[in-house]
Every structure is written in C-alpha cells, then in structure tokens.
Design a binder for this molecule. Structure first.
Ligand SMILES: Cc1ncc(C[n+]2csc(CCOP(=O)(O)OP(=O)(O)O)c2C)c(N)n1
Ligand SMILES: [Mg+2]
Length: 665
C-alpha cells in the first residue's frame, strides 16, 4: 500500500472516530475496520460519478451494515459527493443529512435506508434483479446501455437475520451473477464474540444457495481485497460472497477487536492514541491531509470520464433505437406512459358478483397491458391472490425479462426485494400474499413508508370472510396495525368499481407504498348510478348513500366487504324511520389527507350517532365514530367455520349495526 493510499484510508478512520466522538454517539469500530474495503470499492471498482449520483447506469452500492454509517458518509464526502466537511462534523445532529443511519434521499449516494439489519442486502437483490430485467429488455447487440454491478457491504447481524436467508436463496436461484455481498467477518456483535450465538459456516451456507464464495484473510490487504472483488466480478453465473476477515476498530490500541468499539465513542484519549498508533499526521479533529484529499478527488475525474463514455454510447443507442431509449428513460424517471390505463376495464357497470380479489385480478391484466414495466409476483399464492399476469413469462434466469416473480414462501424478502426494485428504478413492482402474512413482511413495508417507495402490496383473504382456514389465517389486528405505519396508503375497496379506482390510486402514487386488502368471498354488486361515485375512494371516504331526507340522524361507515352490511342496515333503519347515511371508507390514509371541510361534509360533526363496521379489530375506529359512536368488529381471534357462520357467531351483522344505531338514537 502506498503512503497516499494509507493516508486516504486512515482519513476514513479518523473522520469516523472524530464524528462519533464529537456527537458522543455512533459506531466507530466498524467504519475503521472497513475503511480499506471502502477505499478499494470507491476508488478502484465502483463505476460511479460523485458529481452525478443519479446517473442511471451507475453501480449500486448498499451499506447494509447501517450502523457503520460514518463509513459511507466519509467515503461519499472524500470521493467528492455533495456532502460537506461541515455535514461530517454535524453527524447525528438535528437537520443534518448525516443521520445516525444512512437515509435514502438525505444524502446523495445513499441508495437505500439501512439500519434494520438484513434489509440492505435484501434490497440489493431487488436492485440486481432489476438491472438484469432492464438489460434484457433494453440492451441490443453491441449496445449494453444497462450494465452495472450491485455491491452490498454487510455484517454478522445482516447474515444472521432471517431475511438474509430468504434473499440469498432467491439471489442464488435467480443466478444474479452481477450481485456481490461483502461480509465483514469480524466475529464480533454487541454482546461479544459471535461464538456466543453463531456456529454457522456461512461460506458453506452460501455455497448451498448457489453462490460463489471468495475469502480475504486480512481486511487491510488492499491487493487481496482487490483480487477478490475482481474475481467476484468475473463470476457472472452466480452471485458472489466475499468473506472479509477484519478487526473491529483497527488501529485503536485499547479497543481493537472488542465489542466495546461497536456502539460508543472511543473516548478522547483513545482517539488520540489511535491517531498516534496509525502514524496520522495530525491530532486536530477532522484533519485530512491535502495529498489524501487530492487522491480521493480523482474519483470525480474518473467518474465523469466513465459517465461521459456511457453517455456517448447511449446517444448512439438512442439514435438507432429512439423508442426504446425513450421508454427506458421514461421508466427510470418513474413516468407512467400515456395510455397506461387504456386497457383497464371499467368496473363501474359490472353485473355479476365476484370477490374483490377477482376484480383486482382483472384490473391487473389491464394495467399490465399498458405498463410494460409492471412486474408482479406472489409469495407462492399467485392463484389465490389473483396476482398473475395472464400470458406473461415467469421471471427466471432463463427468462430474465419475465413479469411474474415467484418469491417462494418468503414474504419478508419479497417486501425488501420490491423496495430494492423501486430504489433501482425502471420497474413498477407489486406482489401478493394473504393479509395475515403481511406480518411477515412488515419491516420492509415500514421501510417503504419511510423511504417513500411506491411499492404495491396485494393482500387477499382480508378477514374472517375467508372462512374455514380458521384463526391462524384470519387477520384481526392486521388492518389497524398496517394503518398505523406512516406514509402507507391503505386501500380496502368494497366492490368492483372501488377496486378499479384503488388500483389506479396505487399505480399513480409516487411518494409511498399502497396496499389493497381484498376479499376472498364475493361482494355485492351495486347500481353505481344510484350511489356515490367510486371516484370518492380517492378521498378516502365518501357518501355512498345519503339519508333519504338528506339530513342524516345516523351514519354507518364501512370498509371492504362490510359495505354491503352497512347498506342493508341503512335500508332497515330508514324503514324504521331513522334517516341514515352510508359512508364507504376504503382508506384512512387518503381521508386523513382531506381538508377539514371535506371531512366534515362526509362525517358532519353534528351527527353523533355513528357506527362503523369492519370485520377486524375495531382498534382506531373511534377516531371516526367519536365518543358517542360504536364499532362493530372482531376484537378476538377467529375460528374455523364457513364465513357466513362466523359473521353471525361473531356478531358482525346487519342486526348489530341496526341495534347500535337504535340504542344511540
Ligand atoms: C434488525 C435489527 N436488530 C437489531 C439491531 C441492533 N443492532 C445494531 S448492530 C447489531 C449487531 C452488531 O453486530 P454486527 O452486525 O456483527 O456488527 P458489528 O458490530 O460487527 O459492526 C445489533 C444487534 C439492528 N440494527 N437491526
Ligand atoms: Mg460483527
């Protein structure tokens, strides 16, 4: 290693330990250990341009070991991304882009939000899958305009987490040869040595998944790291795992190799001792030698050159294939092509009954026809979720531009991989499972909300209405639990027309995920000319049927399949002389976004007699029914029996609604 390389690497160590020391919070040890591999990646291997972090054919780099955030902040800052020295000094402070863990959209060059271990590596599988999909669709012989690697740096925690198993199995099965994970095999986690909790042979484990495994025995040996990465890049048939042996807090005389350096500042004295031990030229905090700075900045010049070459190649491609080029750029920009919904069936005039999952399946066919980059899938429940795209190929190594992903029974990875697909850009993913199993992918849904990624989840079998499968399969608390995640759009349509509009909302959304909760059982068919337009779904809740005299004495509100019960209850209440309004309430998220005037027009504050009905936990409905209101639902686990019996036995009935309204009248 040359002197300037040593200084460049030590600068990463110094910035990391100084920033953590100043904030008196953070994780210094891992960035210090990973500085050499960070250097080799950013300086030698990554095809990236710090001055244009959004360049679409850049290599993707994911720091899955999110607690080592100072590593990526230091690397981005030093290699010339828009992240200032001041930002580094403000690590973990209010308003600073250098947050505790890397956050997508806060810092240019951060490709995904990481911190919850396992997520970043799973995202990287979605990125690599998307790269291959786009390459297959858009590249033409001699025109490899989509051609990049996906790298992820991960820790023991990352490879321990269950989602890593799911994601790695999918990556191996899919033969994602341009995906590389570098595992920081430092044999340390928070509680001490990994021997406390792990005796897995990860190399064998990954080989069993169909990965190619390379070892580097010394995390400071630049040439060995370089060679391993090169070898991994040359292996194009299988994803690669580089097992990188490191010493946490390398350079610190008192803390190297101990878990004490994982999550606490080293201490002023230890920082000083470390700088001396490294032979660093200054003890001044945040000092970076001019030579090291200049060396790092060559990344800019190199990056611009690489991107310029790509641009030149792209313009030749665009001249020869103008339509493809336009489609590619439009997809990457997240645009919906004009006429994307031309083939979407108009479901406002249907005559025969179906389940909302069935209506959803029909809408999907229409969207798929107009949106070539729509990629569906399911966690092995495609037939039940009605998520398949008729006539489309499966997305497999032999058919890499297929549009149906078989995630297998791996909901968690499915969610994380879809996040990675959206983060990569260029495709529009959706996937299904039963609503009950949304719990298995909740961490990924939360991150989609946090990052604002427009992923679409199709959750069928959305209540006790699924019947005989029983309480293990009947969602109870899932609807309120999912509604509690910020920035996630809930959609529980009540009929065919609402299902169509719900899908439109989900496809049009650009700043966050949406889920559709869909029934297994048939829902009622309404004469839509006689009730409120399903376009009302766009506002979350709307007047479906007003009181016959225009002045409601009571409001019955319902979502999904229970809309029908609300409508029948209204008929009875009206017959009994109680003017009753029915509010269809498919989306709390959308309703909350409406102004007070609209909300009051749907739920007038003067009308206190309000009853909600939803075959789920009633948790939260009092927000809409008010203190004087009542909620009909299922605040207990389900049971195995035909759906009609369950509704009756659990009191999710027209009678219960009528009784509640009358009691308060
Ligand atoms: C899902 C999840 N669980 C727990 C944590 C809290 N946590 C942060 S780092 C860590 C383990 C640290 O060990 P390792 O992953 O090997 O990182 P190292 O200390 O070697 O950098 C844990 C449990 C987390 N970030 N994410
Ligand atoms: Mg570790």
């Amino acid at each position: 290693m040359s002197d300037v390389e040593q200084l460049a690497i030590d600068a990463v160590r110094v910035l990391s330990m100084d920033a953590v020391q100043k904030a008196n919070s953070g994780h210094p040890g891992t960035p210090m250990a990973l500085a050499p591999v960070g250097y080799v990646l950013f300086h030698r291997h990554l095809r990236h341009n710090p001055t244009d972090p959004a360049w679409i054919d850049r290599d993707r780099f994911v720091l899955s070991v999110g607690h080592a955030s100072m590593l990526i902040y230091s690397l981005l800052h030093l290699s010339g991304y828009k992240l200032s020295a001041q930002d580094i000094e403000n690590f973990r402070q209010w308003g600073s882009p250098t947050a505790g863990h890397p956050e997508y959209g806060h810092v240019p060059g951060v490709e995904t939000t990481t911190g919850p271990l396992g997520q970043g590596i799973a995202n990287s599988v979605g990125m690599a899958l998307t790269e291959r999909w786009l390459a297959t669709r858009f590249n033409r012989p001699g025109h490899e305009i989509v051609d990049h690697f996906t790298y992820a740096l991960c820790s023991d925690g990352d490879v321990m987490e269950g989602v890593s198993h799911e994601a790695a199995a999918i990556a191996g099965h899919q033969k994602l040869g341009k995906l590389m994970w570098i595992w920081d095999d430092n044999k340390i986690t928070i509680e001490g040595g990994t021997d406390l909790s792990m005796s897995t042979d990860h190399a064998k484990r990954f080989e069993a998944y169909g990965w190619h495994v390379v070892h580097v025995h010394d995390g400071n040996d630049l040439e060995a790291i370089d060679l391993a990465i090169t070898e991994a890049k040359n292996e194009t048939e299988r994803p690669s795992l580089v097992v990188l042996r490191t010493v946490i807090a390398y350079g610190s005389p008192g803390k190297a190799g101990t878990s004490a350096s994982h999550g606490a500042a080293l201490g002023e004295d230890e920082v000083k001792a470390t700088k001396e031990n490294l032979g660093y030229p200054s003890l001044e905090p945040f000092y970076v030698d001019d030579g090291a700075k200049a060396h790092w900045r060559t990344c800019v010049e190199k990056g611009e050159r690489i991107q310029d070459t790509w641009k030149a190649r792209f313009s030749v491609y665009a001249a020869q294939f103008p339509e493809l080029a336009a489609e590619y750029l439009g997809s990457l920009a997240g645009e919906l092509p004009t006429g994307w919904d031309d083939a979407v069936p108009d479901l406002s005039t249907v005559e025969k009954g179906d389940a909302t999952r069935g209506w959803s399946g029909k809408v999907i066919q229409g969207i798929a026809a107009g949106l070539p980059n729509l990629i569906g899938g399911s966690a092995d429940l495609g037939g039940s979720n009605k998520t398949d795209i008729a006539g489309a190929e499966s997305l497999l190594p032999e058919t890499p531009s297929g549009r149906v992903v078989h995630y297998g029974v791996r909901e968690h990875a499915m969610g994380s991989i879809m996040n990675g697909m959206v983060l990569h850009g260029g495709v529009k993913p959706y996937a299904g499972t039963f609503l009950i199993f949304s719990d298995y992918m909740r961490p990924a849904i939360r991150l989609a909300g946090l990052m604002g990624l427009p992923v679409v989840y199709v959750f069928s079998h959305d209540s006790i209405g699924l019947g005989e499968d029983g309480p293990t399969h009947q969602p109870i608390e899932q609807l309120p639990a999912l509604r509690a995640i910020p920035n996630v759009c809930d959609l529980r349509p009540g009929d065919a027309a609402e299902t169509e509009v719900a899908w439109r909302v989900a496809v049009e959304r650009t700043d966050g995920p949406s889920w559709l909760a869909l029934s297994r059982q048939k829902v009622a068919v309404y004469d839509r000319s006689q009730v409120g337009s399903a376009e009302g779904l766009r506002r979350g809740a709307y007047v479906f049927q007003d009181a016959s005299n225009g002045t409601p004495a009571a409001i019955v509100m319902a979502s999904g399949s229970e809309l029908e019960l609300a409508v029948v209850a209204r008929d009875q209440l009206e017959a009994d002389g109680i003017p009753t309004r029915v509010v269809s309430f498919p989306s709390w998220h959308l309703f909350q976004q409406q102004d007070a005037e609209y909300r009051d027009s749907v739920l007038p504050s003067l009308v206190k007699n309000r009853v909600s009905i939803e075959a789920a936990s009633t948790f939260g409905w009092s927000r809409w029914t008010g203190d004087a209101g009542h909620s009909v639902g299922t605040d207990h686990f389900g049971a195995s029996a035909p759906a009609e019996v369950l509704y009756e036995k659990f009191g999710v009935t027209v009678g219960a609604v009528v009784e509640a309204v009358k009691a308060a009248h």
